[in-house]
Design a protein around this ligand. Structure first.
Ligand code: SAM
Length: 384
């Protein structure tokens, strides 16, 4: 496979998963991975960039850094962006979208800054070729991202296109589904290995189960989708074909899912089938408070209803102690992981978590609680 010179990239991920992303990137050929809030900066060849887009289960996007400059006004941003040789990066027939994000920027309006960046790109094309790319908001060919800090701006081209959590398998919507990359990160944080039984007893649309089965079966998360890098002039089809030809040995796995809601189970079945992993997952309609453990030991992972869309706080406060009792009575020998934004859970479930990992679900601060269910172990909170 041809090896291109190294470029600088930045991969974004749900907050809290950055260290996991850094490990994943390094395993996929990235060098000098550097964790910062919200993502990981790294150096790599195009081969590494293609591998990360195809194989990273945790990344949201992979951005290619093409410039950084200091600025103090919108005009400075316009001038710096116009100095870039844009026709070198993509063809004028490609559609374009500009995204500007900022942290402590002195600029008053990000909307105006976005407009100036778009004008600069288009003006550079017009000067060079007499025509300019069209703007397309919904599904552009090329996305330019600008990140503004107090005095410096960094400019990236998006090598992913649609965010990487859009894997192309979601056929049915359960209620409040997790993003696929957050679900994959949660599975990785449990330390689950395909030899162990895995149960999601509140599976909804089965996001956690699809992601776990795809990992065990060695399925690339990006196998069913296209990528932004395919639209850039630097695209090297031969290297991409070679990256796609790499295989990972599939492993046997035993996955179980249940939910009280029949509609959720229908969505789960559609998703598992669309992802091609249905034969590895046994689904049933059951209440977590009543269902038996499917094996003597294993990993349980769940994301109970929480928030405005599902589960009101009083109902949940009554549910958690019952959940604690069900885990104690029927899941001795299991490692249980509960992902929730409800920080009252450890107190109300009356079990002492052995780990609590902070994670963000969009803007919502959550925890992944680990409860190791050992037969006869005393619980922290005494029963009333
Ligand atoms: C937040 S959703 C789970 C979403 C899922 N993680 C996904 O990504 O698609 C919570 C699910 O718990 C289910 N549920 C609520 N109470 C339950 C109970 N007592 N037993 C089993 N499932 C329950 C709901 O029907 C819902 O599908």
């Amino acid at each position: 496979m041809s090896s291109s010179p190294s470029s600088a990239f930045f991969a974004t991920a749900p907050r809290g998963l950055e260290p996991l992303l850094a490990q994943e990137l390094t395993a996929l050929g990235a060098r000098e991975a550097q964790v910062v809030p919200g993502g990981v900066a790294f150096m790599g060849t195009w081969e590494a960039c293609y591998s990360v887009n195809l194989w990273s289960r945790v990344a949201s996007r992979v951005l290619w850094k093409i410039a950084d400059f200091s600025y103090g006004s919108e005009d400075d941003v316009y001038d710096a962006v116009k100095r870039i040789d844009w026709p070198r990066y993509f063809r004028v027939e490609r559609t374009l979208r500009v995204n500007v994000t900022a942290q402590k920027s002195p600029l008053r309006s990000l909307e105006f800054a976005t407009l100036r960046v778009k004008d600069a790109v288009c003006d550079r094309f017009r000067d060079a070729l007499g025509k300019r790319p069209d703007v397309e908001r919904a599904s552009p060919d090329v996305r330019v991202h600008v990140f503004l800090e107090t005095e410096r701006a960094t400019l990236y081209l998006d090598t992913s296109g649609e965010p990487l959590f859009k894997r192309g398998w979601r056929a049915g919507q359960g209620e409040a589904p997790l993003r696929e990359n957050l679900a994959a990160g949660i599975i990785m944080l449990t330390g689950w290995r395909p030899g162990e039984p895995l149960l999601d007893p509140m599976c909804g649309g089965a996001t956690l189960l699809v992601e776990a089965a795809a990992m065990a079966r060695g399925r690339p998360p990006g196998a069913k989708r296209g990528f932004g890098f395919e639209k850039l002039t630097a695209f090297d089809a031969k290297t991409w074909e070679a990256v796609k030809a790499q295989r990972v040995e599939p492993q046997e796995c035993q996955l179980y899912g249940s939910d009280t809601d029949l509609e959720a189970l229908k969505a789960a079945r559609r998703n598992l089938a669309a992802a091609g992993v249905e034969r590895w997952v046994r689904l049933e309609q059951a209440d977590i408070l009543e269902r038996a453990a499917p094996a003597a030991a294993g990993v349980m992972v769940m994301n109970p209803p929480y928030g405005e869309r599902m589960g009101n706080p009083e109902d949940l406060a009554r549910f958690y102690p019952k959940l604690g009792d069900a885990l104690k009575q029927r899941y001795a020998g299991w490692r249980c992981y509960i992902f929730t934004a409800d920080l009252r859970l450890p107190k109300l479930i009356r079990l002492a978590p052995s780990a609590r990992t902070p994670l963000w679900n969009g803007g919502l601060e959550c925890r992944l609680y680990e409860l190791r269910m050992v037969a006869g172990r005393p619980t922290r909170h005494s029963r009333p």
